[in-house]
Design a protein around this ligand. Sequence first.
Ligand code: GLU
Length: 278
Amino acid sequence: MSVVTRFAPSPTGRLHLGHAASAIRAHDFARERGGRFVLRIEDIDGTRSRPEFVDGILEDLAWLGLRWDELVFQSERLATYDAAMEGLKARALVYPCFCTRAEIAASASAPQGEVGPIYPGICRGLSAAEIAARTGACCWRLDMAKAVGETGALSWHDAAAGWVVADPLAPGDVVLARKDAPASYHLAVTLDDAAQGVTDVVRGVDLFAATHVHRVLQALLGLPVPRYHHHPLVVDAAGRRLAKRDGALSLAEMRAAGEDGVVLAARVRSGDRLATVR
Ligand code: GLU
């Protein structure tokens, strides 16, 4: 099977060196194996995504000398996400949740998990009549215990960690369809990786915990399981992961300062610009 990797940025800001390193890793992994490198713009967050950031991302990747074989926008795939949600609803694997963020945060039994607060299950047992009586907007959550009851034990492979036993009960009842968007990151990314034929997911280790959720969704939706390659994050001199709010230079600013993108990419590949990676 020929290799397909992807880079899946959210157009909520300009790319920095951390994004560049991740894109270059995914790109080179495919190219070194005669495979394909595809791009996916994760633009279903209507409140934070901006068209000008999409243009900026494409410009920055081209500047680094990267070429992609396919470009997909999540905003054009909403019908696919809807269809998957309908299937999960029909199987009663998801339930509507009317809680606000504040209510969840206020619940004493809502500890912070690696992929967000662990939902304390307030809406899990609502009856049909109780649901019908609610008027507010709802999101849809996966009933994780029920899902795991269907899938049984699962595992996935990470290049650095080896075989990993999936632990989906740790993140709990994650959101699959949001109040303001027809799909959450977890649902969209799982469906899209399968639709784009991604064989190898190359992404930052910050998404390692999310893979437990993705593995369950793959099993529930009958999707192939890619190999995972979670890589270390680029950090700044203070050891913090790069972020715009901490003053990380964007690739656009480096370009404006006269840097050459292809030279920068070569230095990233050699590790020269990543002395602070951990
Ligand atoms: N869109 C996600 C981000 O920008 C990446 C998703 C992924 O690689 O799975 O952080």
